[in-house]
Design a protein around this ligand. Structure first.
Ligand SMILES: *[C@@H]1O[C@H](CO)[C@@H](O)[C@H](O)[C@H]1NC(C)=O
Ligand SMILES: *[C@@H]1O[C@H](CO)[C@@H](O)[C@H](O)[C@H]1NC(C)=O
Ligand SMILES: *[C@@H]1O[C@H](CO)[C@@H](O)[C@H](O)[C@H]1NC(C)=O
Ligand SMILES: *[C@@H]1O[C@H](CO)[C@@H](O)[C@H](O)[C@H]1NC(C)=O
Ligand SMILES: *[C@@H]1O[C@H](CO)[C@@H](O)[C@H](O)[C@H]1NC(C)=O
Ligand SMILES: *[C@@H]1O[C@H](CO)[C@@H](O)[C@H](O)[C@H]1NC(C)=O
Ligand SMILES: *[C@@H]1O[C@H](CO)[C@@H](O)[C@H](O)[C@H]1NC(C)=O
Length: 262
């Protein structure tokens, strides 16, 4: 009899307690959407693509840094587009903030389409120590004679003497004479200088680019995912609870990854 009498009066209270707990729990357990979105690992061509890079077709720009969008061409080749052309990303060294690139156009030297690399200076720069090759096109070497420069000639298999292409290291003392007698010169950074038999191959093997972006290690080290807020135009550390400016606060975070710190 007691039960029958109590239930109608207690029921609303029980429900209230239940709902309160349920919604409290939901609030606590709800993982921030930005954290979730930027937690999806991305791969392209066997490379792990993460902050500051993001894949244009797959990722939210907020998971990367402005200008670090890469295209995963054919689902297999990460490509960075620069004003002078497309570059294939061959490797990324996140710890040291540099990556290896090579021109997507493999015939840029012999096809004469090669241009000076044009870098957004606030994002990418060439390491000072990296060697550069000077490529000179349409050289008229009649006065000094071709033989003198035979070592420097780029063999593109055309044999057209009025289209002579030369390759010299930047700093070569002959550059002064030569460049005045060629119509176009281009600086090509090269990282791998061994096996100099074919200039186009050496140029195609690529070079190192350093990058400038917010350091991700502190955020990542506290269990966050690095990202960017395009509204405030600032770096964000997306944490399970909410976006933070630099790092996740271990005390605020209930996530499983932080339970070890309790
Ligand atoms: C991408 O795939 C298309 C069609 O399969 C092919 O024609 C093209 O050469 C490929 N591009 C690259 C860069 O592999
Ligand atoms: C991605 O890069 C291209 C070429 O550099 C640029 O035009 C485009 O605006 C970029 N998109 C985003 C979302 O950053
Ligand atoms: C190359 O230079 C020489 C000497 O300046 C000139 O006589 C000749 O016409 C030039 N040849 C070409 C193809 O421009
Ligand atoms: C070399 O190139 C010039 C200019 O394009 C052309 O007029 C000439 O016929 C070419 N010579 C050979 C041997 O291909
Ligand atoms: C270019 O060639 C001419 C002769 O054709 C030579 O006198 C000159 O020193 C060369 N170099 C420059 C920089 O003009
Ligand atoms: C490439 O850069 C070098 C050095 O700044 C310059 O001398 C050369 O004219 C440039 N070439 C082109 C095609 O803009
Ligand atoms: C996700 O991040 C963006 C940019 O920082 C912010 O505008 C938005 O409010 C965030 N969303 C949530 C659910 O925190």
């Amino acid at each position: 009899m007691d039960q029958i009498n109590l239930t109608p009066t207690l029921l609303p209270v029980v429900w209230l307690v239940f709902f309160t707990l349920f919604f409290q729990a939901r609030k606590v357990l709800a993982v921030d959407v930005n954290f979730t979105i930027c937690s999806v690992p991305r791969y392209c061509g066997g490379l792990w693509i993460k902050f500051p890079f993001f894949i244009r077709e797959l990722d939210e720009p907020r998971c990367g840094f402005p200008r670090f969008n890469v295209s995963c061409r054919n689902n297999s080749t990460p490509v960075l587009s620069l004003p002078d052309g497309d570059y294939i990303i061959n490797d990324i060294f996140y710890q040291n903030q540099y990556f290896l690139v090579s021109r997507a156009d493999r015939h840029a030297v012999c096809g004469h389409s090669i241009q000076n690399i044009s870098l957004p200076e606030d994002r990418f720069y060439l390491p000072k120590s990296q060697r550069e090759m000077v490529l000179l096109f349409d050289c008229n070497l009649t006065t000094r004679g071709m033989e003198e420069f035979s070592q420097d000639m780029v063999d593109c298999g055309s044999g057209n003497e009025s289209h002579t292409t030369l390759a010299l290291w930047n700093g070569d003392k002959e550059l002064g004479f030569v460049s005045g007698n060629c119509t176009k010169s281009v600086l090509a950074p090269v990282a791998f200088t061994d096996g100099m038999e074919n200039v186009e191959d050496v140029v195609n093997r690529g070079f190192v680019l350093n990058w400038i972006a917010s350091d991700c290690s502190v955020c990542e080290g506290t269990g966050g995912k690095c990202g960017f807020d395009y509204t405030s135009y600032h770096f964000n550390c997306f944490c399970p609870d909410r976006p933070h400016s630099a790092r996740c606060r271990p005390g605020m975070s209930f996530s499983l990854s932080c339970s070890c710190m309790v």
